[in-house]
Unconditional design. Structure first.
Length: 202
């Protein structure tokens, strides 16, 4: 029985270490990019040797793919929120509020996928498909919600644009050191959209 407990403890520690590696990799990839982040950078950030790092992941590429998969699972968590129903404006505000809370808690995680998408865009690297799949974990269910609104002509296009706008807010907030809080930037974006809507209806 003690052997079983020892094994379980070992597995828990291994999972905790893997999570720590992915958190630090997310931070470094967001700030430095994948290619400029070295294995030594990762190992130093976690406080272990490169050899110990490779015990948990066989390569830096494997860490990259695990980071993207983790981001995708995060987007998948919005499905329940999108299925709660209500007026579209309320749904959009709930989703934006959730994204901003996540940004406040983990700013690098919010920006990481943007950074990686920019870094690998225009290449034939297989990770691009993983990045698109991660984004689609949010875009597809959000587009399904938008499809029921008479003013939304292209739901998927609108879902992509919404995500791009919120990610842009996150990037600008980091860039400006929080001088203008993210919620205020979102309100500024909504003001612009309201002006455009009034012009279309006038």
């Amino acid at each position: 029985m003690s052997t079983g407990k020892t094994t379980t403890l070992h597995e828990e520690r291994a999972r905790a270490t893997r999570r720590k590696i992915l958190v630090e990799a997310t931070r470094l990839f967001a700030r430095q990019g994948f290619h400029k982040t070295t294995v030594s950078d990762l190992a130093r950030a976690i406080g272990m040797t490169p050899g110990a790092l490779f015990y948990h992941f066989p390569s830096k590429r494997a860490i990259l793919e695990a980071v993207v998969d983790r981001m995708g699972r995060g987007f998948g968590s919005y499905r329940t929120l999108l299925q709660d129903g209500g007026e579209l404006e309320d749904i959009v505000r709930r989703v934006a509020a959730r994204m901003l809370r996540f940004f406040a808690e983990q700013p690098e995680a919010t920006v990481c996928l943007v950074s990686l998408a920019t870094e690998f865009a225009g290449t034939d690297d297989p990770v691009l498909e993983k990045i698109c799949t991660a984004y689609d974990g949010f875009i597809d269910p959000f587009a399904a919600v938008l499809s029921g609104h008479p003013k939304v002509r292209e739901p998927r296009r609108s879902a992509i644009a919404f995500l791009a706008a919120v990610e842009g807010v996150a990037v600008q907030t980091l860039l400006r050191g929080g001088a203008v809080p993210a919620p205020e930037l979102v309100e500024g974006l909504l003001d612009i959209l309201n002006i455009m809507e009034k012009r279309q209806t006038s």
